[in-house]
Write a new protein. Structure first.
Length: 48
């Protein structure tokens, strides 16, 4: 699977996911965004 391109800012992530109503994509996009920032995303997880 090829890596996906994600929006650059948290606001872009929220806007994209809310517009489409896809909570799983929001979670994946936020995880990827946090990884780009070097965050440890093991905990907490985003639950919807």
């Amino acid at each position: 699977m090829e890596p996906r391109e994600y929006p650059a800012t948290f606001e872009d992530v929220m806007t994209e996911a809310e517009f489409r109503g896809r909570e799983q994509e929001l979670t994946e996009a936020i995880d990827a965004w946090l990884q780009l920032l070097g965050a440890d995303i093991a905990e907490p997880r985003f639950d919807f």
